[in-house]
Design a binder for this molecule. Structure first.
Ligand SMILES: NC(=O)c1ccc[n+]([C@@H]2O[C@H](COP(=O)([O-])OP(=O)(O)OC[C@H]3O[C@@H](n4cnc5c(N)ncnc54)[C@H](OP(=O)(O)O)[C@@H]3O)[C@@H](O)[C@H]2O)c1
Length: 373
């Protein structure tokens, strides 16, 4: 049944108030991050209503295979493997429903790694919908398309948040934006930015073979759906590009010099056996570094002059070498924080922590609208 749902009324101290309703459309609803997000949303909905006056309802959830849509709101945990099959015009039907209900705030939560979904962003923002993305594709395209999205969100006054696209849930892009707004010029950013590569290298320094470390990282949900995206540093280059642009550097992908960890053209299913050919070489490289009191790290850095990603040996006692498996560390040098750079660190990958970061973005986006009302 397609009926409108009525506002939730909350008993405040001396009065009854309407909660601020925001409808959520979750894309990638049964993926790793999408599923964790639904669990966390379901757990937090009552508290967000009573403590923050926010009525966050899951209006729809879909992936490539299934589609669920209910104008009354869906219980987030109820989406499972038995979700109804997605029909050819389901997404259009959903979009035209949202378009007809202009007064209701709608936030699209993109938990895919899909270019096809990123293609929708201009239309969503121009249509007055907000976006929260764990998907970094849209911001890692050309500089002009990155700027167009920022401009569309500003022009329409809608939230566009993507904090988890770099450093998972570490507060990084928000603070960078704050630095820019207060006029503090960023000189450079440098860091271990890939939770998956940092995990793989950590395990290799502990004696794990390269191929086994990649298999472990994939099983733990640290890698991209296709781990070659991590090993070729494709995912990391997207992160560095987003980070550099948020730092205020006008950068294109071609401005990055990238040294991949491994560069094979291989289907994801055959990956681990194919990587075994590199096991012996990596074992020797790791042993040689350890003998000389060093460790391998993948460093990503950018400044106004350009950016680079490379595998580097650093002293074992340096901060970049001391990171826990999956940990990220980013150092930001600014005009005012040059001799003593600002450093942020924390888990750079992981399904639950990323979903928590997505939920933070959703709450911040809803609060953005609350302030406008
Ligand atoms: N895992 C992490 O630690 C981490 C950290 C930071 C950011 N992220 C980002 O989070 C995103 C999701 O990662 P994940 O690990 O959850 O991946 P995943 O488990 O592979 O999930 C991807 C989801 O996206 C859906 N999808 C793909 N293309 C689609 C399309 N065209 N239309 C609708 N749905 C589509 C898939 O649906 P089907 O199953 O039907 O194909 C699946 O539900 C990625 O962008 C990743 O970079 C992940």
């Amino acid at each position: 049944m397609l009926a409108d749902y009525s506002p939730v009324r909350i008993q405040a101290r001396n009065s009854v108030v309407d909660a601020h309703r925001v409808d959520l459309v979750l894309i990638g609803a049964r993926g790793k991050v999408g599923s964790a997000f639904r669990r966390q949303l379901g757990n937090r909905q009552p508290a967000l209503l009573s403590e923050a006056n926010l009525d966050l309802r899951l209006l729809a959830g879909f992936d490539r295979r299934g589609f669920a849509f209910d104008t009354h709101g869906i219980v987030p945990e109820s989406i499972d493997e038995h979700m109804p099959e997605r029909g050819a015009d389901d997404v259009e039907r959903l979009m035209s429903h949202v378009g007809r209900h202009g007064g209701v705030r709608t936030l699209v939560v993109d938990c895919t790694a899909s270019d096809e979904i990123a293609d929708f962003y201009p239309r969503l923002l121009m249509g007055g919908m907000g976006i929260v993305a764990a998907n970094k594709r849209a911001n890692a395209r050309s500089l002009s398309s990155y700027r167009d999205l920022q401009h569309a969100a500003r022009e329409r006054g809608v939230p566009y948040r993507y904090e988890t696209t770099v450093g998972s849930a570490i507060p990084l892009l928000g603070p960078l934006r704050d630095l820019r707004l207060r006029g503090e010029r960023v000189i450079s950013v440098q860091g271990v930015l890939s939770g998956s590569l940092s995990y793989i290298l950590h395990r290799m320094h502990e004696g794990c073979l390269f191929s086994a470390a990649v298999a472990e990282a994939r099983a733990l949900g640290y890698t991209e759906p296709d781990p070659m995206e991590d090993l070729r540093a494709i995912d990391l280059s997207r992160k560095l590009l987003v980070l550099a642009r948020e730092a205020g550097f006008a950068m294109e992908l071609e401005d990055l010099v990238i040294e991949p960890f491994a560069d094979l053209d291989i289907a994801s299913d055959d990956l681990i056996p194919a990587l075994q050919v590199a096991d012996a070489g990596w074992k020797a490289r790791i042993a040689s570094a350890l003998e000389q009191g060093e460790r391998w790290v993948v460093l990503a850095e950018a400044s106004r002059e350009g950016g680079r990603i490379n595998l580097r040996r650093v002293p074992a006692h340096s901060s970049f070498a001391q990171l826990e498996p999956g940990q990220n560390l980013i150092s930001i040098r600014t005009e005012l924080q040059d001799r003593m750079p600002l450093c942020v660190s924390g888990p750079g990958a992981g399904v639950e922590i990323t979903a928590a970061g997505v939920l933070s973005d959703v709450v911040a986006a809803a609060a953005h609208w609350t302030r406008q009302d």
